[in-house]
Design a protein around this ligand. Structure first.
Ligand SMILES: NC(=O)c1ccc[n+]([C@@H]2O[C@H](COP(=O)([O-])OP(=O)(O)OC[C@H]3O[C@@H](n4cnc5c(N)ncnc54)[C@H](O)[C@@H]3O)[C@@H](O)[C@H]2O)c1
Length: 367
């Protein structure tokens, strides 16, 4: 705050990008945002910029596509740091159309590297993904033990890490990759590409329907609250130790939560407002082929090299974000809590069959 800088945030209209924007503006920084609104939303920017006029004055938007080098150059001119988050994050999309994912996630990534290098930015921080671990049977996942990539999306993120390092070696552009595990928090798109199990379940509970769990509920995930992601970005951009650059780090809570535990946490939080929620029960369906059984990250490397120290575990993140999720679910058609709870307590075969007809499968795989 004592020495404000200029930060480029690509993917600024998305979930993580808009939270980065909010955090940086609150810290008195100047932000240049880049987005083509392909999966991001103008409403996310409106929500952040609704604050004091002075804050908005420190934000400039470059609406455009990172596949266009000139757009990237325009954004990076005069910038100190780049936080590169624009990407197509959907694993199924990448399987359907690998060329498009490659064009955005790899060609667009290299455009940003070139623009950042030519603008002589101090550091290039970028979103990688736990998807780079692919089919590794080892867990907790440790940075240097990668499996085989299971999708074109995973390949694109692995390629990002290789190119970032190559640019550091060839041109001295310092970079740090952040391998996010299932991130959750305000402005998470429930219809988005990622493991949107939290917004989906909250909306399901509010509608008075049963949350579907595939398997016995003992499947684990490492859910990471957005505040921890913001911290990791700021540390990665500003860490003084040059040896910390040219590397990728897990960004997670390092807290392995079973789906049963997650369901109970959510149900119990909702029950604080209306005790009848405590009667809600999940619906168990057969295991799905391809779902990873256990996912958890070691964050020792980030702790040691970046002084990363998560401020929120899953329960604390849920407590902070629940109101936002509930408001969003209601705004998009959720029923009142009272009506919901009446229905929740009497879920039966009808609900079950409706879910089977219309319910989209619960996406659990981290991306
Ligand atoms: N959310 C997670 O749990 C998670 C997990 C692992 C990795 N990541 C990575 O973090 C980053 C941000 O993810 P998110 O959850 O905020 O996703 P998001 O879809 O909400 O945000 C991505 C943003 O990038 C923009 N974008 C896409 N293609 C673009 C292009 N060609 N030009 C300009 N802008 C473009 C989109 O419009 C969107 O605003 C992505 O790189 C993603 O792969 C996210």
């Amino acid at each position: 705050m004592s020495a404000p800088k200029v930060w480029v945030v690509t993917g600024v209209a998305g979930f993580i990008g808009s939270n980065l924007l909010q955090e940086l503006l609150a810290l008195g920084q100047t932000v240049v945002g880049v987005d083509n609104f392909s999966t991001g939303h103008r409403a996310n920017l409106d929500e952040v910029l609704a604050g004091p006029l002075e804050t908005g004055a420190r934000f400039r938007m470059v609406e455009g596509d990172i596949r266009d080098l000139d757009t990237c150059r325009t954004a990076c001119e005069g910038a100190d740091y780049v936080l590169h988050h624009a990407a197509l994050g959907s694993v199924p999309w990448s399987v359907d159309d690998p060329l498009r994912t490659n064009a955005v996630n790899v060609d667009g990534f290299i455009n940003m590297l070139v623009a950042a290098k030519d603008a002589r930015v101090k550091r290039f921080v970028y979103a990688s993904s736990s998807a780079v671990y692919g089919d590794t049977p080892e867990y907790p996942q440790i940075e240097d033990r990668l499996g085989r990539p299971l999708s074109p999306y995973a390949a694109s993120k692995t390629t990002n890490e290789t190119y970032a390092l190559a640019f550091q070696m060839s041109y001295g552009l310092q970079s740090i990759g952040l391998r996010y595990f299932n991130v959750f928090g305000r402005r998470q798109d429930p219809a988005g590409a990622y493991a949107a199990v939290i917004p989906r379940w909250i909306a399901t509970l509010l509608r008075g329907e049963r949350c579907r769990i595939f398997g016995d509920g003992e499947t684990t995930r490492d859910f990471c609250y957005i505040a921890n992601v913001l911290q990791a970005n700021l540390l990665a951009a500003t860490v003084g130790n040059a040896n910390a650059t040219g590397q990728a780090y897990n960004v997670a809570s390092a807290e392995s939560v079973t789906l049963n535990q997650l369901f109970h946490m959510m149900r119990d939080r909702l029950a604080l407002d209306d005790p009848r929620f405590s009667f809600a029960a999940p619906q168990y369906d057969p295991f799905r082929q391809g779902d990873i059984r256990f996912s958890s990250a070691s964050i020792e490397k980030a702790r040691t090299m970046l002084s990363f120290s998560p401020t929120h575990n899953v329960a604390q993140g849920l407590a902070e974000a629940l109101d936002w999720y509930v408001a969003r679910a209601r705004a998009s058609g959720g029923r009142s809590v009272a009506a919901t709870v009446r229905h929740s307590t009497s879920v039966g075969a009808n609900t079950h069959s409706r879910e089977h007809r219309t319910g989209a499968p619960l996406p659990l795989a981290a991306s």
